[in-house]
Design a protein around this ligand. Structure first.
Ligand SMILES: [Zn+2]
Ligand SMILES: [Zn+2]
Length: 213
């Protein structure tokens, strides 16, 4: 079983503090076997980091579709933002990727809500940054059950210590293509909890300090 945080942002996302070095440091510290790098609307950072480390990196992207955020995993080419959900899903699948409905029900994030269909390969039922957390998990679980979609989890970390608060256990060999294949088949399970408020607060302070400091 591999323990993988499927939703992590790096400094290639303008709203994140995680340098490539932090990424590997905290992922190892939290006992993860791998992380998916899912920066907002860009893929260059994920590909560069994957090339420069031996640690398992699943290259991904968090796409700002017209109706909410969608994660593409195992993506090696840019999928443009501001497309419809259908078109975004088509592009992800054409690129050989896996489409994940991330934080489907939450406040303060661009959520898909009613735009989730069985065309998605997986649904992120646990997102450690979601608010309110329990409400979000409950409603995401309901959508997953109703549509019969595979369940995954990720921290949505934007700050090093947040990495690994949620993770997906995947029954696969430690290779990106095998991991994606296993998730597609549902050979995985979501785990995790909310990021503590003190940690979120610290992150916001650090972001402010970076902006104005
Ligand atoms: Zn998002
Ligand atoms: Zn995110």
């Amino acid at each position: 079983m591999l323990k993988i945080d499927l939703h992590v942002h790096t400094t290639y996302s303008s709203d994140a503090l995680i340098t490539p070095k932090d990424l590997i440091f905290y992922a190892k510290k939290r006992g993860l076997d791998g992380v998916a790098v899912t920066d907002h609307d860009r893929i260059d950072g994920a590909l560069k980091i994957a090339k420069e480390t031996d640690f398992l990196i699943v290259p991904g992207i968090e796409i700002s579709s017209l109706n909410g955020h969608i994660i593409g995993l195992n993506i090696n080419e840019l999928v443009p933002p501001k497309l419809s959900v259908d078109e975004t899903l088509g592009r992800i699948h054409e690129a050989g990727g896996l489409a994940v409905a991330c934080h489907p029900v939450t406040f303060f994030k661009e959520s898909l809500k009613g735009h989730i269909s069985a065309r998605f390969d997986a649904i992120e039922v646990i997102n450690s940054s979601a608010f309110p957390f329990n409400y979000s998990v409950k409603h995401s679980e309901e959508i997953a059950s109703r549509l019969g979609i595979v369940r995954v989890a990720g921290s949505d970390a934007h700050y090093g210590p947040e990495i690994g608060y949620a993770y997906t256990l995947v029954n696969a060999e430690s290779r990106v293509d095998e991991i994606v294949k296993s998730i597609r088949k549902g050979l995985c399970s979501p785990h995790g909890r909310a990021i503590p408020f003190t940690m979120r607060f610290k992150k916001e302070l650090l972001l402010l300090k970076r902006k104005f400091g």
